[in-house]
Design a protein around this ligand. Structure first.
Ligand code: NDP
Length: 280
C-alpha cells in the first residue's frame, strides 16, 4: 500500500510557487482573514494560516471582530478588505456568530479575492468549467492524485459527502477529468454498496472511521478528507489501519489532504495577485 503523504505534494507545489515569486519582494502578495467571535477552531486556523503565509513571504492582514459585532460592522470590515488594493486574497473564517448573515456576507466578497471559491459567482464559474477559484480542499484532493500519478480518466470515483466546500466541487472536478462520478450523502441507501464499486474513494463526511475495510474494493485508492476527534486522537473518515490492508494507496490523517489544502490557499492568493497585476 502506498501512503499518499501530503507533505511531498505541498513541497512540490511550494517549490513551483517560490520559483514564480523569485523577483518579488517579501510582503508584495498579501492575504487576509476575516474572523468574528472567539470560535476556538477558527482562531486556531487563523493563527496557523498567519504563520504559514508569513513564512512563505506573504503579507498577512488579520481582521478580527468581537462576537458582539453587528452584521453591518462585519460587512463594513469585509468591504474595507475588498477595497484595499494591498490585499489580494480574503478568507472569511467560519463559524461566525449566529446574528451574522454569512450567506449574504460571502456573496459580498469580491470574486477576484475569493481564494477559497466560496462565492456563488466562483461556484458558477467552476460548475461551468470556466475557471474561477475552486475550494482549496477539493483542489488538494486532485493535487494529491496528480502528484502520485493516479489518473482519474475512466475511473469510477465515489465521493462521500455533498457539501459546497468539498463534496460537490471535488465531484465536479473529477468529472472534468473524465471520471465517472457517484456522490453519496446521509440519505444514500446502502452506502457500502456504492463505495465498494469505487476505483477511487473520496471520503468527506466528517464521520470518524465510517469507511471500513469491508466497504472498499481491493486495490482502490482512498483519499480521506475527514478531520475528526476519536478517543483524544485526530482521525479521518476512513478506518486507516484496516483499510490499508485492502487499498492500493491512501492518504493518512493527519498528514494527508490537510497539509496540501494550505498550499492550495497560497497558490490561490498568488493567482489572485497575478490576475490583478500581470494579466491586466
Ligand atoms: P459538512 O458537514 O458540511 O458535510 C458533510 C457531508 O457528509 C454532507 O453532505 C452529509 O450529507 C454527508 N454525510 C454525513 N454523514 C454521512 C453518512 N453517515 N453517510 C454518508 N454521508 C454522510 O462537512 P464538510 O464538507 O465541511 O467537511 C467534511 C469533513 O472534511 C469534516 O471532517 C471536516 O473537518 C473535513 N475538512 C477537512 C479539510 C482538509 O483540509 N482536510 C478542510 C475542510 C474540512 P447531507 O448533505 O445529506 O447532510
Amino acid at each position: 500500500m502506498i501512503e499518499l503523504r501530503g507533505k511531498a505534494v505541498a513541497d512540490a507545489h511550494k517549490a513551483v510557487l517560490q520559483e514564480k515569486m523569485t523577483n518579488l519582494e517579501a510582503g508584495t502578495i498579501t492575504m487576509a482573514v476575516l474572523l468574528v467571535g472567539d470560535d476556538h477552531g477558527a482562531n486556531m486556523y487563523a493563527d496557523f494560516m498567519e504563520k504559514t503565509a508569513k513564512n512563505f513571504g506573504y503579507g498577512f492582514v488579520r481582521t478580527q471582530l468581537p462576537s458582539t459585532a453587528s452584521h453591518e460592522e462585519v460587512y463594513e470590515a469585509l468591504m474595507s478588505l475588498n477595497n484595499d488594493d494591498a490585499v489580494h486574497g480574503i478568507l472569511p473564517l467560519m463559524p461566525m456568530p449566529k446574528d451574522i448573515d454569512t450567506e449574504q456576507l460571502i456573496d459580498a466578497l469580491s470574486p477576484k479575492k475569493d481564494i477559497d471559491g466560496l462565492t456563488t459567482y466562483n461556484i458558477g464559474l467552476v460548475t461551468a468549467s470556466k475557471g474561477g477559484f475552486a475550494p482549496c480542499t477539493a483542489k488538494a484532493c486532485l493535487a494529491i492524485l496528480d502528484h502520485y500519478g493516479i489518473s482519474l480518466e475512466g475511473k469510477h470515483v465515489v465521493v462521500v459527502g455533498r457539501s459546497q466546500v468539498i463534496g460537490k466541487p471535488v465531484a465536479l472536478m473529477a468529472l472534468e477529468r473524465h471520471a465517472t462520478v457517484s456522490i453519496c450523502h446521509s440519505r444514500t441507501t446502502d452506502l457500502a454498496c456504492h463505495v465498494k464499486e469505487a476505483d477511487i474513494v473520496i471520503a468527506a463526511a466528517g464521520r470518524a472511521h465510517m469507511i471500513t475495510a469491508d466497504m472498499v474494493k481491493a486495490g482502490a485508492v482512498v483519499i480521506d478528507v475527514g478531520i475528526n476527534e476519536l478517543d483524544g486522537k485526530t482521525v479521518g473518515d476512513v478506518d486507516y489501519d484496516a483499510v490499508s490492508n485492502v487499498a492500493s494507496a491512501m492518504t493518512p490523517v493527519p498528514g494527508g489532504v490537510g497539509s496540501v489544502t494550505t498550499t492550495m490557499m497560497l497558490e490561490a492568493v498568488y493567482e489572485a495577485y497575478h490576475a490583478r497585476n500581470v494579466n491586466r
